[in-house]
Every structure is written in structure tokens, then in C-alpha cells.
Design a protein around this ligand. Structure first.
Ligand code: C5P
Length: 416
């Protein structure tokens, strides 16, 4: 027998197969799990039985395949509550958009969804669907909900779809990649911890806070940014397992735990610190960088001389850090995220910024004074990508950060 990692030895996996063409890969997944010493119980949705037969799945798993919530025999045999409890881990592969929507909404109108609602076990989902369905705001909303509920994702991957030949993100991860995710989850201290580390092995660069642009040694141009959102993102990325570098403008906030912090004053210092911190897998530019700086910084404090003549303040444009990094040919981070703090036409301006600055994602928020975003504890954001716009309800900044980090983790391109 081949020499496998012992993590799966004696482990009980409940595999839920939903209805998609990728279901054929689940037969191989059963084999891979079993050869590593796991026992596999299988639940199939009605849709799944259109693609593969319960007989084939049952033959590979070596037991009954459960399909029906109201089947008298199987409910008397184990029942959905026992299915939901008698395992170490539940794997949903393939997870269709429909099944994930049901999970996010707490539906329980068939055996698979009832088991998923009744369980307290760690759950790993391996989505598989057409790229347009994956990119749809409804699916992305459901994914954010599932991640916030502690559910772990494996994939989906970029590639060609089996049925249409269309390229894009939505292909189910290969069985061995799912096995690796199962092993990672089971070998963690506990399922909840492991399920919260989707950025393990990634370097995430975050900018936060305002910049100060000196007029003279005691005066500067600044803005009302508190840095709270950016600091919360850095902390959430570190909690998600990433190595995090935070380049922070002048704010009075303590270094988040486990984050390497570089403190800077001006936009030019911030750009230099960002360049030094690269390469990164993900760059999140949350800083409210001053667009302009005084053209000349006076070496001594400007004096009011009583003549009534006010000194002119000439400004010049600062480098745009986001645009500079996003337009790099070499060493561009795999995913570049910008922010758009707007007071008018929020979504329109954010959409323009996406292409003008070359970002992959713009997180837009309305910073009109009535919303109290700058310095406040809550934020209402809209996620703008080339595929569309997803709007989230008003949430505490920590929660926006946590969800955003998980949402972004699901979009990091896999290295070729
Ligand atoms: O153009 P605007 O300042 O609204 O763009 C906001 C986005 O651009 C933010 O992600 C901000 O961090 C980034 N930015 C930058 N450098 C500048 C101005 C903005 O990185 N000089």
C-alpha cells in the first residue's frame, strides 16, 4: 500500500455530492479519501443522481448512499440528525450555487441541506459552477456569509469548464487538492481555527490612515482618516493566516498583533515603504493618501508678520500609490484592491476608478458626513469588480474587514 500521511487514518468523512458535472470527480475523491484510511459516508442530492449513480458512489464508499430526507428505511437506519453528527468532517463536493444559497439561507428541504443545517461539524465546501454563476453578486454574498459562519472553502479554480469549454473561475478543485484541504482542516488544532486561515502562506500588504504633507516644520495638510478600517483589515488578514505588512500613515493606533508595521508621514514615504515591502500576493490600499502636497516645504516656521499679506500655498500632485503599483508590469501583486471614499455618485465614481487605477477590486464607501465613516466604528461598503457590484449592509469596521479578507481570499489567482 502507498505511503500516505496518517491524518486521515480512521477519520469519518461525510461526503455530500450536489448536482453538477463535477460530480464525476467525487467518485475519485471517495477513492482518494478511502486509500488514506478514512471511512466515507455519502449523501447525494437529487441533482447529483442525474450525473452519477448512487450505486457507483456506494460501491466505492462501501456502504449505503443516502438521498432522501423522507425515506422511511434510511431515516430509521441512521436519520439526518445522526448523519449530521457521526463524522469528523463534512465535505460538500461539488457544492453548487444552489446548495450554497440554501446553506447561507438556512434551508432544509432535502436531505443534504437538512444535514448541513443540523450539523456542528467542520464543513469544507468545494464549489463548482459556471464562471458567471460564481461571479454573480448573489453567489459572492452567499460565500461571504458561509465564510463568516466558519465554513472552509476549497477552490474553485480558474480553468476551462467541462461542459462549455468556457474559461474563468468556477472549476471544482481536483480531488487531491480537496484531500489536502481536508487534511489541513483535520490536522489543525481545531476545525474552527483551521477554517479561518484561508490566507496561509500569502503575503498581504495593506496601507492605512491619512498622510501628512508638511507646509513647514509645524504645519501640514491632512485629512480625517482614522486608519481604523485599514488596521482592522491588516488584523483580519493576519488572523486569516497571512504574513502582513501594514504601511501606516500617522495615526494613534497600536500595531495589530502579528502584523509588521512601517510608520510613515507623507505619500512619497508611503510609496517608498510599499515598494520595499513588495512582492506581495495581495495589496490592499486602504490609506486616504493626500492627493496634493505643498509644492515647497518651508524650512522654518512661516511667520505672521502683521503686514496682512498671507503666504500663498502652492500645491503639487502626489504620486498615486495604488495606480503606480497596479500598473506595474513586473512584480504586480496577484490581486490589487483599492478603496474609493466618495461623497457623491459613489458607485459611478468607484467603477471609473477601477479601470483608471488598474485595480482588480474597488471597495467603495460613502463618506458623507451624515454616515460618520471617517473616524466612526461602522462602514457600508460596495465591492466593485469587472464582473459587477456587490453591496453589503452597514457593519462594524472589524466585521467589514473580516468578511472582506475572506471574500478576497476566494479571489486570489492561483499561481500558474
Ligand atoms: O482617487 P482616490 O484618492 O479617491 O482613490 C482612492 C484609492 O487610491 C485608495 O485605495 C487610496 O489608497 C489610493 N490612493 C493612492 N495614492 C494616492 C491617492 C489615492 O494610493 N495618491
Amino acid at each position: 500500500m502507498a505511503d500516505f500521511d496518517a491524518t486521515l487514518q480512521g477519520k469519518r468523512i461525510l461526503l455530500i455530492i450536489a448536482g453538477g458535472i463535477a460530480a464525476y470527480k467525487s467518485l475519485d475523491l471517495i477513492r482518494r479519501l478511502k486509500e488514506r484510511g478514512a471511512t466515507v459516508r455519502v449523501v447525494m442530492t437529487k441533482g447529483a443522481t442525474e450525473f452519477i449513480t448512487p450505486l457507483a458512489a456506494g460501491a466505492l464508499a462501501g456502504g449505503t448512499v443516502y438521498t432522501d430526507l423522507f425515506d422511511r428505511e434510511s431515516e430509521q437506519d441512521v436519520g439526518h440528525i445522526r448523519l449530521a453528527r457521526e463524522a469528523d468532517l463534512i465535505v460538500v463536493a461539488p457544492a453548487t450555487a444552489d446548495l450554497m444559497a440554501k446553506m447561507a439561507g438556512g434551508h432544509a428541504d432535502d436531505l443534504a441541506s437538512a444535514v448541513l443545517l443540523a450539523t456542528k461539524l467542520p464543513v469544507l465546501v468545494a464549489p463548482a459552477m459556471n464562471p458567471a454563476m460564481w461571479a454573480h453578486p448573489a453567489t459572492q454574498r452567499n460565500i461571504a456569509t458561509l465564510l463568516a459562519d466558519g465554513i472552509r472553502l476549497a477552490g474553485p479554480e480558474r480553468g476551462e469548464m467541462a461542459e462549455s469549454g468556457e474559461a474563468g473561475t468556477g472549476r471544482m478543485s481536483e480531488p487531491l487538492a480537496i484531500v489536502a484541504a481536508v487534511e489541513a482542516l483535520l490536522s489543525g488544532d481545531n476545525g474552527a481555527d483551521a477554517s479561518a486561515k484561508p490566507l496561509l502562506g500569502k503575503h498581504v500588504l495593506v496601507t492605512a490612515g491619512p498622510t501628512h504633507e508638511p507646509i513647514d516644520p509645524v504645519r501640514y495638510i491632512a485629512n480625517r482618516s482614522s486608519g481604523k478600517q485599514g488596521f482592522a483589515i491588516a488584523a483580519a488578514a493576519a488572523a486569516a493566516g497571512a504574513r502582513v505588512t501594514l504601511v501606516a500613515g500617522p495615526v494613534g493606533m497600536a500595531d495589530p498583533e502579528g502584523v509588521s508595521v512601517r510608520r510613515v508621514e507623507t505619500a512619497r514615504d508611503m510609496l517608498a515603504a510599499v515598494e520595499i515591502a513588495l512582492p506581495a500576493d495581495i495589496a490592499i490600499f486602504a490609506a486616504a493618501v493626500a492627493d496634493w502636497r505643498p509644492a515647497h516645504e518651508a524650512v522654518s516656521k512661516l511667520k505672521k508678520d502683521g503686514s496682512g499679506i498671507v503666504p500663498p500655498l502652492h500645491v503639487t500632485e502626489n504620486p498615486d500609490i495604488l495606480a503606480t503599483i497596479a500598473h506595474r508590469r513586473d512584480g504586480r501583486p496577484g490581486l490589487v484592491v483599492g478603496f474609493a471614499a466618495e461623497t457623491d455618485d459613489v458607485l459611478e465614481n468607484a467603477t471609473k476608478k477601477l479601470s483608471r487605477k488598474g485595480a482588480d477590486i474597488i471597495v467603495a464607501n460613502d463618506v458623507s458626513p451624515a454616515n460618520n465613516v471617517m473616524g466612526g466604528a461602522a462602514n457600508t461598503v460596495h465591492l466593485v469588480t469587472a464582473e459587477g457590484i456587490e453591496s453589503w449592509p452597514q457593519l462594524p469596521k472589524d466585521e467589514v474587514a473580516r468578511r472582506l479578507v475572506h471574500w478576497i481570499a476566494g479571489r486570489v489567482p492561483t499561481k500558474a
